[in-house]
Design a protein around this ligand. Structure first.
Ligand code: SAM
Length: 283
């Protein structure tokens, strides 16, 4: 396990991932009933953008740095930016929240939050970073394999909620593992919402992923959301990222055109930046 998220914290992919995560949770919170959020690949929860590791790749200026400096950010971005600003009260962007931190800021006392992380050092850092931050019923399972946690913890008692699957894609089998996890997940929790983040760099692998998912028996309505920030270049790695979203919250579907228009504009790295959204399994 070589992947450490500190090298990528706050980049365009995190902005895409966390903005939609905040919007989904806020949508669920429109009803009083408690929700459950499972974050299978939690990372460490809190990132120091002034660290040597973050400085080495320096990805955040083209991610959260763009929104931080956007005086005209639309209203739907505010709840996400408020969380980032809460960590940077002196007005200078130095810290960035990971998904477990983001979720903790949003959940209510009756909601449930389960986070897992496999990397031994990152597991310790995650526990330390979430210490004292508890707003909901929180369970940190670390070091634990997120795919095993998904099997063990689903279905939750709460009827509504979200599973975030955000792996590092270090393993050549990651897409296959995700398909297997979704198959298990929908069998156990058919009404659950499953958001799977994935990188756009190898189009053939993504096409195969979409194909495998579409063939899953009993897959509920499933949306694919893609953000391309620059021209694909096989030698340059990530050119975009996406979510495959099983049972996407209705509030997300409604706001997606505006959100994706904004993200493709504010995060563009060249003129070819664009986005697309389509159903893998129709409503
Ligand atoms: N979700 C985090 C966020 O948005 O802030 C970032 C997660 S990062 C992309 C992926 C994380 O998954 C890494 O911290 C890595 O150590 C961890 N990881 C890798 N394999 C795992 C597994 N099988 N189960 C749980 N965590 C795993």
């Amino acid at each position: 396990m070589n992947y450490r998220h500190i090298y990528h914290a706050g980049n365009f992919a995190d902005v895409f991932k966390h903005l939609l995560l905040v919007m989904a949770i806020d949508y669920y919170k429109q009803k009083d009933k408690p929700i459950c959020v499972l974050d299978t690949h939690g990372g460490i929860g809190l990132y120091d953008l002034t660290s040597e590791q973050a400085g080495k790749t320096n990805e955040y200026p083209e991610g959260i740095g763009r929104l931080w400096n956007d005086a005209d950010a639309p209203a739907f971005v505010k709840p996400y930016l408020d969380i980032v600003e809460g960590l940077n009260e002196q007005g200078e962007l130095k810290s960035y929240p990971g998904s477990p931190w983001v979720v903790q800021q949003l959940l209510r006392a009756n909601d449930r939050h389960i986070v897992s992380e496999l990397h031994i050092e990152d597991a310790e850092a995650l526990k330390a970073n979430l210490e004292g931050q508890q707003t909901s019923r929180l369970e940190v399972l670390a070091p634990f394999d997120g795919y095993e946690v998904l099997k063990a913890k689903m279905p939750p008692n709460e009827k509504r909620g979200l599973v975030l699957i955000d792996p590092p894609f270090e393993s050549v089998n990651e897409f296959d593992d995700i398909v297997a996890a979704i198959q298990q997940g929908i069998k156990r929790w058919a009404a659950g919402s499953f958001a799977v983040w994935f990188p756009l760099k190898d189009d053939a692998k993504v096409a195969d992923f979409y194909g495998q998912l579409s063939e899953l028996e009993g897959l509920p309505k499933t949306l694919a959301i893609e953000l391309m920030v620059k021209e694909p270049d096989p030698s340059a790695g990530l050119y975009g990222c996406g979510y495959v979203w099983v049972n996407p919250p209705y509030g997300i579907q409604q706001q997606l055109p505006d959100v994706m228009n904004y993200l493709q504009r504010v995060l563009a790295q060249d003129e070819s930046a664009h986005s697309r959204t389509f159903w893998l399994v129709e409503e």
